[in-house]
Design a protein around this ligand. Structure first.
Ligand SMILES: Cc1cc2nc3c(=O)[nH]c(=O)nc-3n(C[C@H](O)[C@H](O)[C@H](O)COP(=O)(O)OP(=O)(O)OC[C@H]3O[C@@H](n4cnc5c(N)ncnc54)[C@H](O)[C@@H]3O)c2cc1C
Length: 398
């Protein structure tokens, strides 16, 4: 027997870091206190264990402020993390390098490294406590059909929901985006991001390190223990698979060499994993009664570590627009208001995506003239006070 249809003012699909922050931000407004919100999420969040998790995120200062603004700042800071004060970027040719320092930007730090599970657990805990929420978790979106006004949704467990506003925060392979018929521009880098936790002989000095090799960037991201880093090693897909399956001693030797022994000998701890690197940008962020946020709208190369940060900015921008709309007496799903959200975010995200693709191409290039220009450029940039500060400001989310 089919279940009866449940009506909601808003349905969110995907309560990852971005989806969770969106709802928390929206519910901060007294204007949203009577909303009936359904949240469909495929997985129950797991709190971090003793071992470091493989997926980490470098939260920008702007993201930390956002998380603090929804009342989760103290709990987040009580999770293990590393505030990094410096960032060193250099070229495999060895002649160009840039050193970013927090104090040059007048900040205490440039960003903080957290395990994704920690951020997720903190936001999920706050989310499920909200009285306006009906949780469908663990459950998944199976079907979405456009109605004359809004959407009819069915979950895998057979629940049927109707809403005038559907928000997709269900990640890079968004089922919601697919069911709504929104196409994506896609760039397959033919690379994978190999991630692992490593122990280093020398302390990381609260510095995020990134070496650009012709095969792709290699990042050492500092963890709370001064001798532990999380790595993201971008490699052509076949090479990534070889490194993934190589013996530990061989992996350690190849990694230390690729990193020019900047932190001495290295030793991998536990598992390694590799993720295919595909950039995607949805052709529309909004349709009538529908909005995409986070990786559902865009996924970018991890070389700048900005994916979550851009998504959290989308979440805040959409929540702000919806609240502003309510304050003006508009409906939550007002078409014009949703399009404003798209205008707020699309250009910013696109600029970031193209910069990342351009950087990837520039650093992968073996063309002698480009290599020379790149090294000269890095030298010049490192000494260019105001321009360097401007770029740092953008990365900090200022
Ligand atoms: C190798 C690598 C390293 C990275 N490093 C960084 C970094 O250092 N810093 C950074 O900012 N970003 C980084 N990123 C990017 C970052 O991980 C993503 O941008 C971020 O996870 C996106 O968050 P999200 O909430 O939009 O999506 P997701 O994290 O993908 O969350 C989507 C949620 O939706 C749920 N879901 C999916 N489908 C359904 C469905 N049908 N029904 C119900 N629920 C569903 C999932 O269970 C999940 O909880 C990295 C990415 C890669 C690949």
């Amino acid at each position: 027997m089919s279940k009866s249809t449940q009506q909601f003012d808003l349905v969110l699909v995907g309560a990852g870091m971005v989806g969770s922050l969106f709802v928390l931000k929206l519910l901060q407004s007294p204007l949203a206190k009577d909303l009936r919100i359904a949240v469909i999420e495929g997985q129950q969040s797991v709190a971090p264990t003793g071992d470091y998790a493989l997926r980490v995120s470098s939260l920008s200062l702007a993201s930390e402020v956002l998380i603090e603004s929804v009342g989760c700042g103290d709990v987040l800071q009580s999770q293990r993390h590393c505030r990094f004060t410096d960032m060193k970027v250099w070229d495999a040719d060895g002649t160009g390098s840039v050193h970013f320092r927090a104090k040059e930007a007048g900040e205490s730090h440039l960003g903080s490294l957290y395990e994704n599970d920690s951020i997720q657990a903190v936001l999920s805990q706050a989310l499920w406590q909200q009285p306006q929420i009906t949780a469908f978790c663990p459950d998944r979106l199976a079907r979405a059909e456009r109605l004359l006004q809004g959407w009819s949704i069915q979950t895998q467990s057979g629940e049927v929901l109707e809403t005038p506003l559907l928000i997709a925060a269900d990640g890079a392979l968004s089922r919601t985006r697919e069911l709504a018929g929104i196409q994506c521009k896609q760039w397959d880098y033919q690379q994978q991001g190999l991630v692992a936790t490593i122990r280093t002989e020398l302390p990381h000095a609260n510095t995020a390190w990134q070496r650009f090799l012709s095969s792709g960037p290699l990042a050492f991201l500092p963890l709370d223990n001064p001798h532990y880093c999380s790595i993201v090693w971008t490699l052509p897909s076949a090479q990534a698979q070889l490194m993934l399956n190589s013996a530990e001693e061989d992996f350690n030797a190849a990694l230390a060499l690729a990193f020019e022994y900047k932190l001495g000998a290295v030793e991998v701890i536990g598992k390694r994993a590799a993720f295919p690197l595909v950039a995607r940008h949805a052709e529309h962020y909004v349709l009538p009664g529908l909005a995409l946020i986070g990786d559902a709208a865009h996924s970018i190369h991890p070389l700048a570590g900005q994916g979550v940060n851009l998504g959290l900015l989308d979440a805040a921008a959409l929540a702000n627009r919806l609240v502003q709309g309510l304050a003006k007496g508009l409906t939550l799903h007002d078409d014009f208001n949703l399009r404003r959200y798209s205008r707020d975010r699309r250009g910013h995200n696109e600029l970031f995506m193209h910069s990342m693709t351009g950087m990837e191409w520039l650093f992968a290039s073996d063309i002698p003239a480009l290599r020379m220009a790149r090294n000269q450029g890095m030298h010049w940039f490192n000494r260019s006070g105001p321009i360097k500060q401007l770029v740092m400001g953008a990365a900090l989310g200022k």
